[in-house]
Design a protein around this ligand. Sequence first.
Ligand code: ADP
Length: 364
Amino acid sequence: MAKIGLVTRLFFSHFLVIVVGIGSFVIIGKVSSPRLFVLHLQQLEGRNFYYLRYARTQLVEGFENVWSRSTFWSFMTGATAAGGLSYWVSKRIMQPLTLMEQITQKFAAGKLDERMPTLEITELNQLAVSFNRMASSLEGVEQRRRELIGDLTHELRTPLTVVRGYLEELADGRISPSPEIYQQLAKETKRLERLVNDLQELSKAEAGYLPINLQPVNLRPLLESLVQKFADQLLEEGPVLRLECPPQLPFVLADIDRVEQVLVNLLGNAVRYTSEGSIIIRAWTELGKFWIGVIDTGQGIGVEDLPHVFERFFRADRSRARHSGGTGIGLAISRRLIELQGGHIEVESQLGKGSTFRFFLTLA
Ligand code: ADP
């Protein structure tokens, strides 16, 4: 079936309405007007205008003649004016749609900064607003993709350069193979491996692919087992690890595996950046929210770094953190995981005094 454009369809639908309107007017006029005219003449004849009877045929013919002519001209003028108006209206409806189509073509070509202007027709304006929202979200995704690739190349380059350097020197015989060199090579490749694993997790979390199984859970057993697990890792002279939470915890809506993932990351960081003092896991309920905090007395984070800790690849002390094996992705993943469970994570910290990472989940 041949495809007919929207302008043509609108024009023809208007045209049909005009034809039906004028057609019924003409037919009814044609049938009833002469009769009414004759009736009117008869009434006049009855009122002393009896001589009209002699001219009746001419009068009726004249009337019909004049009527036909005026109907013809009003038909022509009406049809032209209505046709023109209909064309103008159809064009006005089509214009924004054509513009939208042109913009989508630009999007397809990678130009994502074009937007629809505000439109007068309410429904079309709503469509334009949704269209612009979709465009902004696409632009955001594209922007994050570019940033990620930029960050990623930067992060991959360092270990790759180190590995290549060692391998070239080994091949040239400039250094002789030793267990330390192989250990260094293994460490760098391990780092690459961790980076790839973390990235995979982050990309899944950011794209929302991670299955989140929200259920009413009691988190106390998890907190206890984590304290147990991490306490084993701490050295004699290191910080002490404590759990501070009421014996009965309310049920919260959470995916227990994801909460564990977040807490392992927060505790891992606390252990990594705290050499003495204490690390406390605290749980409390406040204003219908269930909070969990990891509070350490470690090295803390500077004011200028604090707003960036949840950004991926951010490390407050790049060289030190790299040395300790950090990829700077853990907190970005944690934030996303908490958000996916309907919560929020935040940090408070003072350089040299310690940090508090806390997040809330909703009560079941
Ligand atoms: P990483 O794998 O490098 O630890 P994260 O995303 O978990 O990555 O942390 C990002 C950065 O935030 C860390 O490199 C560190 O500089 C800082 N940071 C995170 N947790 C703490 C903490 N408890 N104490 C001090 N600094 C921290």
